[in-house]
Design a protein around this ligand. Structure first.
Ligand SMILES: Nc1nc2c(ncn2[C@@H]2O[C@H](COP(=O)(O)OP(=O)(O)O)[C@@H](O)[C@H]2O)c(=O)[nH]1
Ligand SMILES: [Mg+2]
Length: 297
């Protein structure tokens, strides 16, 4: 059955759908539950390929249960259709911006899963990677191993892996290096690729990482906030491919927004984290729609 919920707050349908995942696999998985988020705005050409490449069977054989959520920025092409057809659940954000979409999706999943099982769930890991075909889903298991071995946050560094020719423009390469140097300077934590679009988190660590970013400053916010929350952070080398389809980011504007976010996060310090006991959404914050395709576990 497909549940759609638009407008303020989560419906019981949504909770039922999420707890349904556990109902369908009653044995707790020995390694934990993995939720993979794919932020997407008009990625109809790439999203199917990215979903295909997620090594779901391999992760399940390794002992994880796996959920895949397409976080949609109100796409006007066939992104949703292709995503559903390829086995993703769909979270439709309210408004625009990658940061807004991911904050809503993290918040929603953390709260809804708390309500579904009273907070007594198995260990949980969140993965996030762009839906444009640039990041390697095959690396997900390495991220999970790094999280399971004690890290709270794992960043995939494109500068430490193999970059395909033309995958990053010279302007973006310089900008990314400058922003990473700024992040190191402001937070005193070693990082080579603060703008990366591939991240892993322990779900409990993510609760302690408050976020305010609305757009492409999301990664700067994640990094700065994780540093301030004393999270254990590490980097893994990842390969980076050329994007499928047109970019959504405007480099100069986004570069300034990212630098500003690093400064603001440093100056203001952490905001209020998502508390496990706070189960109701603040008024006006949750207007996202959500659906789970038939047969989705
Ligand atoms: N949910 C959501 N995703 C977005 C939005 N804007 C861009 N994205 C996705 O965020 C990812 C990064 O965007 P992209 O244009 O590739 O930026 P770049 O990789 O930094 O050049 C892609 O998967 C986009 O589809 C948005 O407003 N909402
Ligand atoms: Mg991209």
């Amino acid at each position: 059955m497909i549940a759609e919920a638009m407008g303020g707050g989560q419906s019981e349908d949504e909770v039922a759908h999420l707890s349904g995942a556990e109902r369908d696999s009653p044995q707790p998985s020995p390694r934990g539950h993995v939720v993979i988020f794919l932020p997407a705005l008009n990625e109809e050409r790439a999203i199917g390929k990215v979903l295909d490449r997620i090594p779901r069977a391999q992760l399940e054989a390794a002992g994880y249960t796996v959920s895949i959520w397409l976080v949609d920025g109100n796409s006007t092409d066939r992104t949703l259709e292709v995503g559903r057809k390829n086995g993703a659940s769909v979270f439709i954000q309210a408004g625009r911006g990658k940061g807004n979409g991911m904050r809503q999706a993290f918040d929603h999943l953390l709260r809804t899963r708390d309500r579904a099982d009273g907070g007594s769930r198995e260990p949980e890991f969140f993965l996030m990677l762009d839906a444009d075909g640039t990041y390697p889903p095959e690396a997900i298991q390495r991220f999970l191993e790094a999280l399971a071995s004690g890290n709270d946050v794992v960043l995939g560094s494109r500068f430490r892996g193999r970059m395909a020719e033309g995958a990053m423009t010279p302007l973006n390469a310089i900008g990314n290096r400058i922003l990473s140097a700024l992040a190191r300077l402001l937070f005193g934590v070693s990082v080579t690729d603060v703008c990366t679009g591939m991240w892993g988190f322990k779900a409990d660590a993510l609760r302690r990482i408050p976020l305010e970013a609305s757009g492409f400053d999301l990664e700067a916010d994640l990094f700065g906030s994780a540093c301030l929350s004393q999270a254990r952070i590490t980097e893994l080398p990842i390969d980076y491919d050329a994007r499928i389809g047109p970019a959504k980011m405007l480099p100069l504007r986004s570069g300034l927004q990212i630098a500003l976010r690093l400064f603001v996060r440093r100056l203001n310090g952490p905001a209020r984290p998502i508390s496990r006991s706070r189960t109701e959404a603040p008024p006006g914050k949750q207007t996202a729609g959500l659906s789970r395709p038939e047969g989705m576990v």
